[in-house]
Structure formats: C-alpha cells, structure tokens
Design a protein around this ligand. Structure first.
Ligand code: CP3
Length: 355
C-alpha cells in the first residue's frame, strides 16, 4: 500500500478503507503521566478550571500530539461536563475523583432536570474544539466525545465513582420510570452536545459507556444500548451527511458485540478481555474495531510490549478496519517513554498487514 497521508489514517480505518499502517491513539492520552500536563494543570489551578479554560484545554489536547506520532487527537474535557451544566455541583479532586454536591436521587430531582444548551451552557467546550482544530491545522483529526446516558446516570445518582452501583441500580429496579426519564433527558443532552461538537469541528465522535458492562444483558439493552441507538439516530437526523463517524465503547461489553455493532456506529471499542480475532469474525464486516491492549502492559518490559503489539496486530490480521488503542484509559503512573515505544512499534510492525 502506498503511504497514506497521516492525517487520513484514522478516519480511513474507521471507514475500513485501505491504509499504509494501523493508526493509534490512546484513551486519556492527555493526562497525568505527562509532566507537561501536570504543569498546565497546576497553572489552571485544578482539573475543572483546566477543562473550562479553552486556551489551556487546547494546550493539553495538543501535548501528546507534539510528543508522540499519534494518529488522532481527542478533545481534552470530561464526560461529566453535562451533569455539571445541569447544576449538580461537580468537583474533581486529586486522589478523590469526581463528586457531585447535589446527586439526583428522587423522582422530583429527576423531573426537574433539563438538557443543557450546548452553546450557552457548554460554550467553553465548543470554543476548545474550534481552537484545537485551528491549531492542529489538519495534521491529525480531532475526536469529540460524550458519556453514555447510563454511564452519566451512574455518577449523577451515586454522586461519585462507585464499586457496586447499588444506588443507581435500586432506582433502575424500583423506579424504572424515573430511571428512564433521567436517561431520556441525558440522551437528548448528548445528542445536542455532540451535534454542537461536530458543528464546531469534531471529525469523529466517541461515546464512552464505561459502566454498561455492569448490567445484565437485558438491562444493558433497555437502560444503556437503546439510548445509545437513540443518540446515533438523533445525530443522523441533526447532521445528515455531515455526521462524523461514531465509535461506541462499552467496557465489559464483549459478550454483546453484535448488539453494539447494530446501533449504526462505525466503530466499536474493545476492552482487553475481548479476543480481537473473534471480535473481527463476529462484527468486523460491519464496523471498525478499536483496541485493545491491557493498559497494564505499559508497566511491562519493552520486549513484552513489543510482543503484545505483534500478537494483537496478528490476531486482527490483514487489511484495514483496526484502530490500535488500549482497552481502557492509560494509568497516571506510566512512563511516557513506554508510550513512545508503543506508538512507534504499532506503526512499524503493522506495515506488513497493509500490503
Ligand atoms: O482521553 C483523553 O485524553 C481525553 C480526556 C478525557 C478525560 N476524561 C480527562 C480526565 C476523557 C475522554 C474522559 C472521559 C471520562 N471521564 C470517562 C469515560 C472514560 C473512562 O475513562 O472510562 C469517565 C468515566 C470520566 C469521569 C472521570 N473524570 C473520572 C472517574 C475521573 C477521575 C479519574 C482519576 O483517575 O482520577 C475524572 C477526572 C479526569 N478526567 C482526569 C482526566 C485527565 C484526571 C484529573 C486530573 O488531572 O487530576
């Protein structure tokens, strides 16, 4: 295969069109493992101020692109910007994680919520998208993103990160109508939020369903997947031909890949528990696969990382339709030299699979 213009590799892989090497980007690629990120965050004061200051959010979005040969940038922001704009009182403290001062636990509280206006209430995100596109100047595409309604609801109802999800699941089991009303408001919010990101210049969109995998098969369909399908249909409707490709990632969703692929998305994110060879057999004729190295492999020795990259590339096999990534976000204590190695090795070792 002739050399693909680097700026096109990621978007062509999503369309399963021929490319020269397997593209790679990394979930949480702008983050605490980078000293320059820590410096900018300190300048901003805290994480949320960093998200809400477009110049600084743009700066950290670009940091990993400047340091590594990555094939895509991802907007620096957070999935919790939507509930923050709804007035839940978000704080994100180091070592504590996200917390809401006003979690949503009653029927009344759910019915009082309304979808934020993306330009009025989340204008700082759109401003960051516009700034990043202009600074990137076509070097690599920019990915916009949102959380899935279910994943957002877990934080909004629990009030913080959770291990067992007992509060939100109790709402789902005992007050299904209230839970559906919450998810419906969130689906509407995500549709207008992602539409605005696309209009501001996001060239691909990713939906993070980080906690879909804690549901039963039936509850996944009813409380997570159906709302993600609704979001994709809503984006089709809003953006028509200009709708960017969409990647859906349900962590722990490896058993339900056919259902995820049937939502109308162009890409499916895989966590590391999935055998990518089997995943390709199951859904690879319909969607691009993104993933799926265990993030902990970046703690291993160099030869072990190289070996793992080769195994994943070989298991996916020849041809386009694979975007290399980790199976979840990179850990904050990873040595960035390992990240450079990973990115370069994916490009080098993938060439024979694109002849
Ligand atoms: O991938 C990227 O580089 C883009 C940036 C990004 C962040 N959060 C930055 C961030 C993205 C795509 C997210 C999405 C996100 N946020 C998800 C879904 C993806 C996933 O990881 O499962 C979730 C569940 C959240 C909610 C959230 N935000 C949590 C649980 C935390 C605490 C994480 C921790 O390790 O402390 C955050 C804060 C957060 N979001 C940080 C970053 C870089 C750390 C904040 C800091 O700098 O201290």
């Amino acid at each position: 295969m002739e050399s693909t213009n680097k700026s096109e590799r990621f978007l062509r892989a999503l369309q399963r069109k021929p490319i020269d090497r397997t593209p790679i980007w990394i979930m949480r690629q702008a983050g605490r493992y980078l000293p320059e990120y820590r410096a900018t965050r300190a300048k901003a004061g805290d994480f949320l101020k960093l998200c809400k200051t477009p110049e600084l959010a743009c700066e950290v979005t670009l940091q990993p692109i400047q340091r590594f040969d990555l094939d895509a940038a991802i907007l620096f922001s957070d999935i919790l910007t939507i509930p923050d704009a709804m007035g839940l009182g978000l704080t994100v403290d180091e070592g504590v994680g996200p917390r809401f001062a006003n979690p949503v636990r009653s029927k009344d509280a759910v019915y009082r919520l309304s979808a934020p206006d993306p330009e009025a209430d989340l204008g700082y995100v759109m401003e960051t998208v516009r700034l990043v596109r202009s600074e990137l100047d076509g070097r690599v595409p920019l990915i916009g993103f949102a959380g899935s309604p279910w994943t957002l609801a877990t934080y909004m109802v629990e009030g913080q990160s959770s291990k067992d999800f007992s509060v939100v699941k109790t709402m789902m089991f005992d007050q299904p109508e209230t839970a559906h009303r919450l998810l419906q408001t969130l689906a509407q919010s995500v549709i207008s939020y992602l539409t605005a990101q696309a209009n501001a210049g996001a060239q691909a969109l990713m939906i993070f369903d980080t906690w879909g995998g804690v549901l039963t098969r039936r509850d996944y369909d009813a409380f997570s997947l159906s709302y993600m399908s609704q979001i994709i249909a809503g984006l089709d409707d809003q953006l028509k031909e200009a709708r960017p490709p969409i990647i859906l990632f349900t962590k722990g969703g490896g058993q339900w890949l056919e259902s995820t692929a049937a939502t109308g998305c162009e890409g499916v994110g895989l966590d590391w528990t999935v055998d990518i060879k089997q995943a390709r057999r199951r859904i690879g004729d319909r969607v691009c696969l993104q993933g799926n190295m265990d993030p902990n492999l970046l703690y291993a020795r160099e030869h072990r990382i190289i070996e793992e990259v080769e195994i994943i590339l070989q298991q996916y096999g020849s041809g386009s339709g694979h975007v290399f990534n980790l199976g979840h976000g990179i850990h904050p204590t990873i040595d960035h030299a390992r990240v450079k190695l990973l990115v370069d090795v994916v490009h080098e070792l993938s060439m024979p699979y694109h002849k």
